[in-house]
Write a new protein. Structure first.
Length: 230
C-alpha cells in the first residue's frame, strides 16, 4: 500500500463532500457519509493506474460512491454485521476470483484458510455473515431459527502466529472496542489511526483545536483499554 499524504487527501476533499451530499436522502448524517467516502478515496489512490484508461477523478468517484452505497446498505441490514466482517468477505471474494483466474479452479476451504490465516472453523463463521445479510423481513419463528446462523465471533481465530501481525481474534476485540466509541471520539480515532492523518489535519477537519484532539484521543484510547480489559 502506498503512502498517502495529508495534502492528497485535502486536494480531493471537495470531491468526497460533493458525492456524500448526494446521499443525504438516505437519512444518514453527512459527517458519517463523508467519513466513509474517504475510505473510497484512499482505495482509489492505492488501486489507480493510468492503464485503467480513465481519469483519476472518474475512478475515484466510482470508488467513493460505491463505498458509501455499501455503508448505507450494510447499516440497514435486518441483522447487523460488523464492517470488518463485510470487508473480510469482500477480500475473500477477490481472492477466490483471482485464484480461479490463475489456477482455472476455485480454492478449497483449506487454501482460503491458509491465505487469510484463519482457522477453517473460523471461516465457517465468517461465511455465515453472507447468509445473515440477506435477511430482510422474518416472522418470529424464523428469527429464532436464524439465530443459529448468526456468526459467533469468538470462534474466529488465527490459524498460526505471524510475526509483527495481530491474530485476528485480537483484531476483532479492537474493532469491537472501537465500534463502542461514540461521536467525536470515534471520528478522532478513525482520522488518526485509520486514515493516518496528523492531529493538526484532524483538528481542521473537525473544526476543533489540536489540543482538544489530543485530549479526545487520550480519553478514547482509555475507554477502549477499559472495554478490552473488562
Amino acid at each position: 500500500m502506498i503512502k498517502i499524504s495529508n495534502e492528497q487527501i485535502l486536494t480531493y476533499t471537495p470531491l468526497v463532500r460533493s458525492i456524500a451530499s448526494k446521499f443525504l436522502n438516505s437519512g444518514e448524517m453527512f459527517e458519517d457519509l463523508e467519513q466513509i467516502g474517504y475510505i473510497g478515496l484512499i482505495n482509489a489512490f492505492n488501486l489507480y493506474s493510468n492503464e485503467k484508461g480513465v481519469k483519476f477523478e472518474t475512478y475515484a468517484t466510482w470508488l467513493i460512491s460505491g463505498e458509501i452505497r455499501h455503508f448505507i446498505r450494510d447499516k440497514h441490514q435486518s441483522i447487523k454485521i460488523p464492517r470488518w466482517m463485510n470487508d473480510l468477505n469482500r477480500k475473500i471474494d477477490k481472492f477466490v476470483i483471482d485464484f480461479n483466474n490463475k489456477n482455472k479452479r476455485f480454492p478449497n476451504i483449506s487454501e482460503i484458510s491458509d491465505k487469510f490465516n484463519i482457522t477453517e472453523e473460523g471461516l465457517e463463521e465468517v461465511f455465515k455473515a453472507r447468509q445473515a445479510v440477506q435477511l430482510v423481513s422474518l416472522d418470529q419463528e424464523r428469527r429464532k431459527s436464524e439465530k443459529k446462523k448468526h456468526p459467533k465471533y469468538e470462534k474466529i481465530k488465527s490459524r498460526s502466529y505471524q510475526s509483527f501481525k495481530l491474530p485476528i481474534e485480537d483484531v476483532i476485540v479492537l474493532k469491537n472496542a472501537l465500534n463502542k466509541l461514540k461521536g467525536i471520539q470515534r471520528k478522532v480515532i478513525y482520522y488518526l489511526f485509520e486514515m493516518d492523518l496528523t492531529q493538526a489535519i484532524t483538528a481542521k477537519k473537525l473544526g476543533i483545536t489540536q489540543r482538544k484532539v489530543s485530549r479526545i484521543k487520550q480519553t478514547a484510547l482509555q475507554n477502549m483499554k477499559e472495554d478490552i480489559e473488562n
